[in-house]
Every structure is written in C-alpha cells, then in structure tokens.
Design a protein around this ligand. Structure first.
Ligand SMILES: [Zn+2]
Length: 293
C-alpha cells in the first residue's frame, strides 16, 4: 500500500482501521475528498497520483518509479524525458473513453494486473516501463533498483505477473554492481560497440573503478556521486593507484554518456587501439630500463 501518496481505496482505509462512519465524517468535513468511484484523497495528496487515479488507473511506469524515488528509494535511476503522467488503466476502464490530458497509457506484457492501490509497486512499474522505455534505459533503471534496494531479480519477476521472453532477455543484461545510470548506459553502449567490458574492476587491493576496457579504466560520474568530500578524496586516491599500476583512466560525465556518446566512443577506440598499446609499451620506462641510462 502506498498510503503516503494521499490517495486511497475505501478498502485500504478499512485496512487502516477506518470505520464506515469515520469515512463518512471525514468526507463531510472535507478531510477526505472523492477522486473516483471507490477512491478518496487527502487535501495534501500528490497531484500526479490524484491525476492518475482520476483518469481511471494507477500511477505507473516512470511516474511510479519517480514517486518511489522521493519516498524512500532515492537511488533509483529514472531516464530523463518522459514528462507525461504514465497511467496503468484499471480493467473497469476497458472500452470507455480515455480522458484527455498529458497522459501516457502504459500496460505490461500479458494479462493486465488489477489496480488495487494508487501507485504501482516497483516491480509492476518496471513491467510497464519495459514497454515504454528503450531497452537500454530499462536495463539501467533495473540496475539501479538492484543496486540500491532490497529487490532481487527473482523477487521483481515474481511480482511482475507474466514475464515476457523479451523482458527475461533484458534482465539477462542487468548488472546489480553498477553504481550509477551513467555507468549502466556506458557499459551497455560499450558492449553494443563490441568491447569486452569488465564491471567494477579491482585497482590495487581495496579500490574499484567503474568499468575496464583493455588497459583503459572508465570512471562514470553519476550526478549525485560528485557532491561529497569523501567521494572526492576516494577519486584522488584511485587516481594515484591507477598511476602506480599504469592504467589509463577516462572520466565520463552524465552528459558525455547520454548526449555525446559518438565522441566518447571515438576516444575509447583511439585509446584502446592495439597499435596505441604498442606505442605505450615501447615508451614504457620499465622496458627502456638501463639501456637508456
Ligand atoms: Zn509508461
């Protein structure tokens, strides 16, 4: 139950020990306001949730994921854009005219699941998002759920209803180790470009980079990850470790990965080209050794 959305079914209120008399009194005094048949809201209810329920369904997909982001699961990554209110319609709305407005009607694969609460759970929202987002965006979103919440893939699948083959295949591309949406998208794009990518490769004894392609370590700055002093210090310590081990490091920002990928890919190719490695080895002072002295 998402009681903190401020929108409730009468059944949910009963489960919270509201008697029919309590509900009648609250409706009369304006504490509870009707939204749709069988649904009421508080005066301070979340307006997006109210809009979704008034439209005949539940807030779902990216809308529900953004809701969960602001209600306890702040590390979930949700792709940019998708500004409409994503609504999963109740079966009672089947065949009825859909209200106009900035809505997007979402539905997961298979038989529609009943709408019993105003905001879809994370698994049901992901089921809808599988048909709304690009595969890359969806995998990055699931990575962030796996990394930052207690949900596991089997738990998510169990709550999702039917898991279509296409969705199972996308789950196969997810990686719970990913530390940010930026890192997930970079990983997926590097793999799609034919690179062999190691996730969270070890550096020194205690440190990890985000990704590794050949001798190139890639550090991805998730926006939220750059703000604190400790992260700043860790980044610098990692840079020293990589120098000792003679790795090359490329730092990518959110905008680099999301909006300037072609340029990034060109640079990664240039750095990882095999002849470049040869040049690097030829210049390696360990190889030149005593001969140069
Ligand atoms: Zn959607």
């Amino acid at each position: 139950m998402t009681s903190d959305s401020g929108v409730y079914t009468l059944k949910e209120l009963a489960a919270m020990d509201w008697s029919p008399d309590d509900i009648t009194r609250a409706r009369r005094s304006g504490t509870l306001i009707p939204v749709a048949h069988g649904w009421v809201r508080s005066a301070t209810a979340d307006p997006r949730v109210v809009a979704a329920v008034a439209a005949g369904g539940a807030l779902s997909c990216v809308g529900a994921l953004r809701f969960h982001q602001t209600h306890g699961s702040s590390e979930i990554w949700v792709p940019p854009g998708y500004t409409e209110t994503h609504v999963r319609l109740s079966k009672h709305m089947k065949g009825r005219p859909r209200p106009s407005g900035p809505f997007r009607w979402c539905q997961g694969y298979g038989q529609p699941l009943p709408v019993v609460t105003a905001v879809d759970s994370i698994p049901i929202a992901l089921g809808c998002a599988a048909r709304c987002l690009t595969a890359e965006e969806w995998v990055a979103t699931v990575d962030s759920v796996l990394n930052s919440t207690d949900w596991t893939i089997p738990d998510i699948q169990a709550e999702m209803g039917r898991v279509a083959r296409a969705v199972t295949a996308m789950f196969g591309r997810c990686d719970a180790r990913s530390q940010s949406g930026t890192e997930s998208i970079a990983r997926l794009r590097l793999i799609a470009a034919g690179f062999e990518v190691e996730v969270q490769p070890g550096i020194g004894t205690h440190e990890h980079a985000d990704l590794r392609v050949g001798a190139l370590l890639i550090e991805c700055d998730g926006r939220a990850y750059h703000s604190d002093v400790e992260t700043f210090r860790n980044d610098r310590r990692r840079d020293r470790m990589t120098m000792i081990d003679r790795w090359m490091t490329m730092r990518l920002t959110y905008d680099d990965v999301l909006y300037h990928w072609d340029g990034v890919l060109e640079d990664v190719r240039a750095v990882t080209r095999s002849d470049r490695h040869r040049i690097r080895r030829d210049n390696d002072p360990r190889r030149r050794g005593t001969a140069s002295i």
